[in-house]
Design a protein around this ligand. Structure first.
Ligand code: TRP
Length: 437
């Protein structure tokens, strides 16, 4: 099995695929509304700290396990920790299954916005319109179309499907996001947006909520805690320089989120729509921005289309990595062919996604459970595993990367700060859940 394992055809291909996994709805939608909700620049600053403090170490841990074992998550944890640790791999697969089921529904809305915008422009009343499309048959249909595209890509394979798609789409996404940020600079009234986004209000820095949101966003945005990066790393050659790769992935992921913010905030503030962003989490993206696009006339029409195209690209390259976790596990554990694994996993997830497509209340619950709690729990256990249980993480990570001085620091971060921060995040989650929020 190891001998015949698929491989990336180049380092760039791997990096673009991994960045593709990380860069998604989380960068443009979740990042913007959390920044808005938590007072702007103070949150951005804390998010950088959390990316360095907990994001990077866990990212490097996933890379190490994946490349070291060259197997899908369930088997990889078995290789390094023994049979009982396979259960953690099982949690990863279950999480991927659940996240993709609703992520695909949101991606479906996004694709619909993009295509309908081309045909008929943005709706006059985005709030009402959005309310009318999130549930029901059409939502199911768009979700199924998106799942079909995801499944097809994964079915073609690591090199021909995932890598090739990422090589084409990720640079395009990057150009689009930069173009949008440049355009936003030309708007009258953009400066209020920059003020909010870039000047730090120190009084907002150290509340429990900001800390918590920054930690969970760092984690979510890098696709950590469910073996996605681990799976991609399992197709790497042994001599790859994992620390460098972790830094490149984290920098690119942060870069796209930050530049997207440079587009979103000036647009929203230029039209006095900032108070709408706080109101609803999904709203920032599907309601407030289209309202801004409407205000901008023809330019807004074009900019809006490009914005939603960038979102669809981000969502697709993330979705394929979610599916790949499930598919590679089904191939390794059940011995299925890639084709059978992709069709059956994709089909089952598509079926499960019908539930959140019919009821956005259910979608919310799935997002809270899988997108927050399971990811954080998975990452916490993983950090403890690599920090405390695994016998030779330093040997493993340093293959192909001799002379790096901070591996000791890396392991210490995984031992103490990362578990503490993630345990706290989980604790706050459970408290919030019990309080019914
Ligand atoms: N990082 C993705 C985003 O920003 C979302 C995500 C979270 C994800 N966990 C994941 C994607 C695991 C793929 C795999 O949108």
């Amino acid at each position: 099995m190891v001998a015949g394992r698929e491989r990336w055809s180049s380092k760039t291909g791997f990096l673009l695929a991994a960045v593709g996994s990380a860069v998604g709805l989380g960068n443009m939608w979740r990042f913007s509304y959390l920044t808005a909700e938590n007072g702007g620049a103070a949150f951005v600053l804390l998010y950088i700290v959390m990316t360095l403090l907990i994001g990077l170490p866990v990212l490097l841990a996933e890379l190490t396990l994946g490349r070291g074992a060259r197997r899908s998550p369930i088997e990889a944890l078995g290789v390094f920790g023994g049979g009982a640790w396979k259960a953690l791999g099982g949690l990863f697969v279950a999480t991927g299954f659940l996240i993709l089921a609703y992520y695909s529904v949101i991606a479906g809305w996004t694709a619909r916005y993009a295509i309908e915008a081309v045909l008929t422009g943005f709706p006059e009343n985005p709030g009402e319109y959005f309310g009318s499309i999130i549930n029901g048959r059409a939502a199911v249909a768009w979700h199924l179309v998106f799942m079909a595209a995801t499944t097809l890509t994964v079915m073609v394979g690591v090199k021909g499907g995932i890598e090739r798609l990422s090589i084409v789409l990720m640079p395009l996404l990057f150009v689009l996001v930069c173009g949008l940020a440049l355009f936003a600079m030309t708007l009258d009234g953009a400066s209020a947006g920059y003020d909010f986004y870039l000047s730090v209000d120190w009084s907002k820095l150290f509340t429990a909520k900001v800390l918590n949101d920054a930690a969970s966003q760092a984690f979510f945005s890098l696709s950590l805690g469910m073996g996605a990066i681990m799976t991609y790393a399992s197709y790497l050659p042994e001599d790859s320089h994992l620390p460098n790769e972790s830094i490149i992935i984290a920098t690119a992921d942060f870069g796209v989120a930050f530049i997207a913010g440079l587009a979103v905030f000036p647009m929203i503030f230029a039209f006095g729509l900032s108070d709408q962003v706080n109101g609803s989490t999904v709203g920032a993206l599907f309601i407030t921005l289209p309202a801004a696009f409407n205000e901008m006339g023809t330019a807004g029409y074009l900019v809006g289309i490009l914005f939603f195209v960038a979102l669809v690209i981000g969502a697709l390259t993330s979705a394929i990595s979610l599916l790949e976790v499930v598919v590679s596990s089904a191939m390794d554990v059940l011995g299925l062919s890639r084709r059978t694994a992709a069709l059956s996993a994709g089909g089952l997830i598509a079926a499960l996604g019908i539930i959140p497509a019919l009821d956005d209340g259910r979608l919310d619950v799935m997002d809270k459970l899988a997108g927050n709690a399971f990811l954080v729990a998975g990452g916490l256990i993983l950090a403890v595993f690599v920090g405390w249980v695994m016998r030779n993480p330093l040997d493993e990570v340093s293959k192909g990367a001799t002379g790096v001085r901070w591996f000791g620091l890396w392991r210490w971060l995984l031992r103490i700060p990362v578990p503490l921060v993630l345990a706290y995040t989980l604790f706050e989650f459970v408290r919030g859940w019990n309080a019914g929020s």
